[in-house]
Design a protein around this ligand. Structure first.
Ligand code: SF4
Length: 240
């Protein structure tokens, strides 16, 4: 999407109001569980904001599909366009905070970043590998220092991928992110009952009220907790 793809056809989605596109393609990294480096190759510039936005009367809302926004060589110009045009922008594929410079953290804090529904303030990022703890929190702290609220940070955690991963290792990431005030969002690599149960425990925010042992004893189901919270939705929007 963007200039080299020609205009997008939104006619099958008349209710959809945002404008979708890429300011860059590719990625600077090569995570071994990810197809992006293979499919898209090295990071390079793609469309401008002016090319992505559908124009009036469409709202100034951008859904950017970039896999590595700050890997795009022209990101400063794109941020300037977003600010000048007073756009809401959703970095739906996430920002790689492990390599986030102070300048980039300030750039994020300076724009009207939103969730993919364009309502809540939200930055998506990921903590997939346990060993990235130091660089991940360095990036999260940079964002907060520049004005991003910890509660705006949704952090996906890949679970069930690392060989020999234990529950304690999964829970360590959950606990550290909760302590920071961010929103952990586990993503099972394989859908075993335990991993899906762990995901439900966290994104339904049951982990705030019930121990893992109690959640397990309840068969990973709020209905069996025998608590007033049984009527809460498992995947309620914005609950983590
Ligand atoms: S940083 Fe993200 S897009 Fe890039 S290779 Fe890793 S998982 Fe894929």
């Amino acid at each position: 999407m963007g200039v080299s793809d020609g205009p997008l056809d939104y006619s099958d989605y008349p209710e959809f109001r945002a404008s979708v596109g890429f300011t860059m393609r590719g990625c600077r990294f090569k995570c071994d569980f990810c197809v992006v480096p293979r499919k898209e190759g090295r990071a390079r510039a793609h469309g401008t904001i002016a090319e992505i936005w559908r124009g009036e009367p469409w709202p100034r809302q951008l859904l950017l599909l970039d896999n590595d926004f700050f890997g795009g060589p022209d990101w400063r110009a794109r941020i300037a366009e977003v600010r000048a045009g007073r756009f809401r922008v959703s970095f739906v594929q996430g920002i790689n905070v492990r390599v986030l410079s102070d300048e980039a953290a300030g750039a994020i804090a300076s724009v009207d970043y939103r969730a993919d529904d364009m309502h809540e303030r939200r930055i998506y990022t990921a903590w997939d590998q346990l060993g990235d703890e130091r660089v991940l929190f360095r990036g999260l702290e940079r964002l907060v220092r520049h004005g991003v609220k910890p509660d705006h940070l949704m952090v996906y955690t890949l679970i069930g991928y690392a060989r020999g991963e234990t529950h304690e290792q999964r829970d360590h990431r959950r606990r550290r992110l909760r302590e920071f005030g961010a929103r952990p969002y586990p993503m099972p690599f394989v859908r075993t009952p335990e991993l899906v149960g762990f995901q439900r425990w966290v994104i339904g925010a049951y982990d705030k009220s019930f121990t893992w042992e109690r959640w397990q004893a309840a068969g990973y189901s709020p209905r069996r907790l025998g608590d007033r919270r049984v009527s809460l939705p498992l995947f309620g929007a914005g609950t983590p």
